[in-house]
Design a protein around this ligand. Sequence first.
Ligand SMILES: Nc1ncnc2c1ncn2[C@@H]1O[C@H](COP(=O)(O)OP(=O)(O)OP(=O)(O)O)[C@@H](O)[C@H]1O
Length: 241
Amino acid sequence: MLKVNNLSKTYAKGSVKAVEDISFSVEPGEIFGFLGPNGAGKTTTIKMIVGLLKPTNGQITINGLDNQEQPIEAKKQISYIPDKPEILDKLKGITYLNFIADVYGVSSADRKERLAYYLDLFQLKEAVNDVISSYSHGMKQKIALIGGLLHDPNLFILDEPMVGLDPKSAFHLKEVMRQMCQKGKSVFFSTHVLEVAEKLCDRIAIINKGKIIAQGTMEELRALEGTKGSLENIFLELTEA
Ligand SMILES: Nc1ncnc2c1ncn2[C@@H]1O[C@H](COP(=O)(O)OP(=O)(O)OP(=O)(O)O)[C@@H](O)[C@H]1O
């Protein structure tokens, strides 16, 4: 579903090596967690995958489509929810969601069904008629999530999705991620919440100082470190230096 090959990104005319020659893939039906300390290169990697930043080197394919050669077709495959979604907050929630559905060409039958389902799930049925500027941080995040789910993306990409969500909404988001994967779609997300990653992800990659220092299933990561410990233990040991 997602293939990242030898990807690098430098900033400040090459003086900052934010991402250095990383490679990984996310298979259909997989939840993939992307972990790393502050400044490790997670957001930079995600922005290259979704086409917001041009790689210095390397290739990204999404469902077989090169995201630099076929950017529009590649973007149709994905939804991206940034850590701080910037939404058109002068609009009412429902106007925003219909706008997103229009952009992605979602049919009126699918739109009606998905809106009813997700607005109920994330408890925004009433608030959707208010302007977004009146929403709390968590409500803004939820309207962005619903917008991201309306076109039923093949690859759902989220940067720190749990921050700001109440426990019930976080629970439902995790359920939505699992349901997507049961349908053969994929989820790729960054997080600092290691307990969530450990429970939810099929595979995990850990990035540190721009380089991937470990990747695999929890079992593989444990074997790599020769431990029976938690992901927190493994993460701290690997990123200590
Ligand atoms: N626009 C930019 N110009 C220069 N350097 C940048 C820029 N954006 C990011 N960096 C640098 O690139 C490196 C990777 O940053 P990035 O935001 O990708 O990290 P991150 O893993 O997402 O961190 P966090 O967990 O704190 O969000 C850091 O050293 C950061 O200072």
